[in-house]
Design a protein around this ligand. Structure first.
Ligand code: ZN
Length: 125
């Protein structure tokens, strides 16, 4: 059943563009593409770098909102969707954007690549 096709929906109101296995996947806003099931599950769980707003908060408008829907009656093994405020470095789940920010500040400040963001985070400490 490895070649079973499924629909991969983009539930966001922005076009979803993501590189997957060296290929650019484009899914229109509230639209879908078809993939084989195995690839779809992998694609859905693949981490996509968030787009940060000025305050260093991940932009919810760019959140990956992928939903896999079977075309046949096959059940899809759902992988857990990422939480809104989970740490991309260690998986810590914060309850708010501010909580995530202070978590990053406390744990990952040195590994924040964006120097502007790092500066901003350290100023608030
Ligand atoms: Zn972390």
């Amino acid at each position: 059943m490895a070649n079973t096709l499924v629909k991969v929906w983009n539930d966001n109101s922005l076009e979803h563009i993501e590189t997957f296995k060296g290929q650019e996947i484009k899914i229109p806003a509230h639209g879908y593409v078809t993939m084989n099931r195995h690839e779809a599950v992998e694609f859905k769980s693949q981490f996509k770098s968030p787009v940060f707003l000025k305050g260093g908060v991940p932009d919810p408008a760019h959140k990956k909102m992928i939903r896999v829907e079977p075309i046949n009656d096959d059940k899809i093994e759902e992988t857990q969707a990422p939480d809104d405020f989970d740490c991309q470095k260690c998986g810590f789940v914060a309850k708010s954007a501010a909580g995530l920010k202070s978590h990053i500040r406390a744990n990952h400040l040195q590994s924040v690549a964006d120097s502007e963001l790092r500066k901003e985070l350290s100023q608030e400490a």
